[in-house]
Design a protein around this ligand. Structure first.
Ligand SMILES: Cc1cc2nc3c(=O)[nH]c(=O)nc-3n(C[C@H](O)[C@H](O)[C@H](O)COP(=O)(O)O)c2cc1C
Length: 388
């Protein structure tokens, strides 16, 4: 096993080990992938202010997210079909997050069901809900999340219609893969993956199959999303969902200051500034460039988290110093999972933690909670100077 020093080392191993269609599913953005690329490259424009001769002993990355203690303010984002990247991928990711002391978010579109993840973990995790046309399914899913003792509902707002990712169409992405000649040839080169999959607890959409009425073939995520995701989702419906859930609600996919204000009005406890990792509206601003105006609009009333583009502890530090209360990582932990299962997720978290901790020290900071904009050198017009 090669020495792993950064997230991209994990990505290289992941590419070798995972079936091509699932690697491509992760490593794609929509259409031209401009937003997907800029989510990462926009972090590079922000520089860090080096400070010296400051006591750097006794550093702490501990913080809270929606009132929960976290070892560092980095949650694992909901990722569809995680259990296809690696057998029982959701269970393994949740266990790694639990052991590390950071939140795990299970997607509606998981392979392991919410009950399977609850059974395999001790501490509460978070559940991400997609709103479907079938209201009964949504109500039941909320009840199942309560029964599983989930401590927050993450409601995703930026995927009521699917942004096109070319490779998923070209690869004929399905869960599980269909036995086509192309797939058989590719899978024959992934023996670790196949062997582990033979013992997996689930092979299909564990939260949906057997729970949603009239659903027979959901192997194709894209056609199922087109049929089932509710295109009429609006702020009134979000208010109803908040009432039904009754607990902590995080609204995911906010990229605009006006929407951030609306999120506060419907009673969100936190928002997640996100463009879905560049997988939905191609051409949208990167999350890090969208953050400052949203923070101004929110004005400290609720917590503001950020995802999309975080590949290092330096990125975490930049987002926190800009004013975020925490971040989520998507691909960074999936690279680890696909490379080495649970151990790989742990390694991804360790890499990010070490980078965050050391970078804090070199910026002359001992406590992640005290980072602020004075730690950063932000280019003029970083948010963009757009016409009205
Ligand atoms: C392969 C993949 C699947 C995803 N599936 C979901 C999902 O089921 N639900 C959701 O709300 N977001 C989903 N997302 C978006 C992530 O939750 C998160 O917003 C994104 O990955 C952050 O960007 P990053 O990957 O650059 O960290 C997915 C992202 C990826 C890469």
């Amino acid at each position: 096993m090669p020495t792993i020093t950064n997230i991209y080392d994990l990505k290289k191993i992941y590419k070798r080990r995972a079936p091509k269609m699932f690697y491509d599913y992760t490593e794609s953005g929509s259409w031209t992938e401009q937003t997907f690329r800029e989510n990462v490259t926009d972090f590079d424009h922000i520089r860090l202010r080096q400070r010296v001769a400051v006591d750097m002993s006794g550093r702490s990355t501990a913080s809270t997210m929606i009132g929960e203690d976290v070892a560092m303010p980095v949650a694992l984002a909901p990722i569809g079909i995680t259990g296809m990247q690696c057998a029982d991928g959701e269970i393994k990711s949740a266990r790694a997050a639990e052991a590390f002391g950071v939140p795990y978010t299970l997607t509606t579109m998981s392979v392991n069901s919410i009950e399977q993840v609850a059974e395999a973990t001790e501490k509460p995790f978070w559940f991400q809900l997609y709103v479907m046309r079938d209201e009964n399914f949504v109500d039941t899913m909320i009840e199942r999340a309560k029964a599983a003792k989930c401590s927050a509902l993450v409601l995703t707002l930026d995927l009521q219609i699917l942004g096109q990712r070319h490779m998923d169409i070209k690869n004929g992405l399905t869960t599980p893969p269909k036995p086509t000649l192309k797939n058989i040839i590719n899978l024959s080169t992934k023996p670790h993956w196949g062997l582990a999959m033979l013992g997996a607890k689930s092979w299909t959409f564990g939260n949906i199959v057997g729970h949603a009425k009239g659903v027979d073939d959901i192997s194709s995520l894209s056609s199922w999303a087109a049929e089932q995701f509710d295109p009429t989702l609006d702020w009134d419906k979000i208010k109803e969902i908040k009432k039904k859930w009754g607990g902590e609600l995080i609204l995911k996919g906010i990229l605009d200051a006006e929407d951030a204000k609306k999120a506060i009005n419907v009673g969100a406890d936190a928002i997640l500034v996100s463009n879905h990792g560049g997988r939905q509206l191609d051409g949208a601003l990167s999350s890090i460039r969208s953050l400052a105006p949203i923070l101004d609009a929110v004005n400290g009333k609720i917590e503001v988290f950020l995802d999309s583009g975080i590949r290092s502890g330096q990125d975490v530090l930049k987002a926190m110093a800009m004013g975020a209360d925490g971040v989520f990582i998507g691909r960074s932990y999936i690279y680890g999972l696909g490379a080495m299962g649970q151990k790989g997720v742990t390694t991804a978290l360790e890499v990010i933690h070490k980078e965050l901790d050391t970078t804090m020290a070199l910026c002359g900071r001992r406590d992640v909670k005290t980072l602020d904009r004075s730690d950063l050198l932000i280019p003029k017009n970083f948010e963009g100077d757009w016409q009205d």
